[in-house]
Structure formats: structure tokens, C-alpha cells
Design a protein around this ligand. Structure first.
Ligand code: PXL
Length: 267
């Protein structure tokens, strides 16, 4: 049986809501075959100061080759890449294996506040990785940081940001406006010529850990199955909105997006 194949190159989020755990759960929910290459293990907890365990470049490289050689890839996404060395190495491999359909989620800060991209790696992400991306998916905070702006506060700012980010080389830019206070959750897709707006109602919850990862993973899954970027984003927006609407609280701090919620949507 032929099945679409996806890879996430990302961090492990030990608590299960975000990172490659979110990606693999989402891949499974969307009916594609999921694989992972771990860049770093994130395990923040109260017992030890050590929360992030970066993997050696050789380990990252070996995992990516394993996915390409043993299975093959229809679409892949990157999440937490953490260091400029990892970004450079991953980009070189993706060029060498001629990967296409690359979704870059420029993950910077986790919902629990962990720094998931070093400050000196932002330039590398912009200059080296963005030009090979088919789609980049920054939220407004990430978009502002990448562009060197103070902040993005309005829909108009989001349109300008999408345009400026497109200049950095990705085929498509999706600026996610979920954190803009005065609007429903509006996201803007730009392909260099035209803009598409995606809207959903704002869900009032703090339990959104993993939302960005889940959104980008759902897009990647739909692209692997052959959907256009416009349609993949539309489906993924519904998928992540449902995951936020039915978020899981666990009654301690910020809870998880519910990666399995969408399957019950129309039941
Ligand atoms: O949600 C962003 C994110 C991405 N990747 C990893 C994470 C997190 C948030 O905690 O841990 C590995």
C-alpha cells in the first residue's frame, strides 16, 4: 500500500505536547507515515537545571539519511534547530539529497519559555535555510524578531511582514496571527504575488502548547499527500483550531493541544 511519507527534523519535547511528539501524532492523525530526526532533547523540569540536550551533528545527520535512504520523503518539516551549526548542517544535507517540499517552522521560544533557537542562529536561519524552504510559518513574535522589528500588532503589520519575509527566499510565507489581541485568529499566506487570509474564531484557553508544531505538521502531511499549499494550510488551520478547542489541561500550568481532536469533529 502506498502511503505518503513525512519527516520532522525537530526537538524532542519530553512532556509530549510539542516538538517531534506533536509532529508524529499529527502525522498519524492525518494518515501519513511519520519519521523523526532529533536535534535536541528538551526536558525542562524542577529537579535539574539541565533542560536541553543538544544532539551531535553526526547524530542529526545519521537520522536524516536513515529516513531518506530506507523510506524516502514526500514532505518534511523543520522545528527546533537550536544552533547555527545544526541549521547549516541540516541545510547542506537537504540540498545534497535534493529534498523538496520543505516546511520551515522557525521555532524560537516554547510556550513554557524555553529558548529553542540561540540568538546567534537567527541570521543563519534567515540566510541559509529560508532560501530552500517551500513555506515558512512564523508567528507574529518570530516574524518581528526575524525582521528586526519591535513588534507586529495589526493585520496591516502582518501583511507587510509576509511581504518582507518573502524577500528572504522561501516560496511561501505564512504569518500566524493567533496572538494578536484584537482579532480572531487570522493567518496570512503570501506567495510573492497574492495573499490568502485564513480565519478561525479565537479559542479562549491557555493550553496551547504545541499549537505551532501541530499546525506546521498538519500542513506538511497534506503537502506529502499532494495538496496545494493553499489547501494544505486551510485544512491544517481547521485541524489546529480543533486541537486548541479541545485542549488538554492536566491541571498544572500550560496544557497541551489535543492532536486527536479533529478526527471527532464531524461525528
Ligand atoms: O512549541 C515549540 C516547541 C518546539 N519544539 C520543542 C519544544 C517546544 C516547546 O516546548 O519543546 C522541542
Amino acid at each position: 500500500m502506498a502511503i505518503a511519507r513525512t519527516l520532522t527534523i525537530a526537538g524532542s519535547a519530553a512532556q509530549g505536547s510539542a516538538g517531534l511528539q506533536a509532529d508524529l501524532k499529527t502525522f498519524q492523525e492525518r494518515g501519513v507515515y511519520g519519521m523523526s530526526a532529533i536535534t535536541a532533547i528538551v526536558a525542562n523540569n524542577s529537579r535539574t537545571e539541565l533542560g536541553i540536550f543538544t544532539q551531535p551533528l553526526e547524530a542529526v545527520e545519521a537520522q536524516i539519511y536513515a529516513a531518506f535512504e530506507h523510506v524516502g520523503i514526500d514532505a518534511l518539516k523543520t522545528g527546533m534547530l537550536f544552533t547555527k551549526e545544526i541549521i547549516e548542517h541540516v541545510t547542506a544535507i537537504l540540498k545534497e539529497v535534493r529534498a523538496d517540499t520543505i516546511v520551515v517552522d522557525p521555532v524560537m521560544i516554547g510556550k513554557m519559555g524555553s529558548q529553542l533557537l540561540k540568538d546567534d542562529a537567527i541570521q543563519t536561519m534567515k540566510g541559509v535555510l529560508f532560501p530552500v524552504a517551500d513555506l515558512i510559518t512564523p508567528n507574529t513574535m518570530e516574524a518581528a524578531k526575524i525582521l528586526g522589528w519591535d513588534s507586529i500588532e495589526t493585520l496591516k503589520d502582518m501583511y507587510r511582514a509576509a511581504k518582507d519575509l518573502h524577500q528572504l527566499g522561501p516560496a511561501y510565507v505564512l504569518v500566524k496571527g493567533g496572538s494578536l489581541a484584537d482579532y480572531p485568529a487570522v493567518d496570512i499566506l503570501f506567495d510573492g504575488e497574492s495573499y490568502t487570509e485564513y480565519r478561525s474564531e479565537r479559542v479562549n484557553t491557555i493550553h496551547t502548547s504545541g499549537a505551532g508544531c501541530t499546525y506546521a505538521a498538519a500542513i506538511t502531511a497534506e503537502l506529502a499527500k499532494g495538496k496545494s499549499i493553499e489547501d494544505a494550510v486551510g485544512l491544517a488551520k481547521e485541524f489546529v483550531t480543533e486541537a486548541i478547542r479541545h485542549a488538554l489541561s492536566f491541571e498544572r500550568g500550560i496544557g497541551s493541544t489535543n492532536h486527536a481532536a479533529y478526527r471527532n469533529k464531524n461525528k
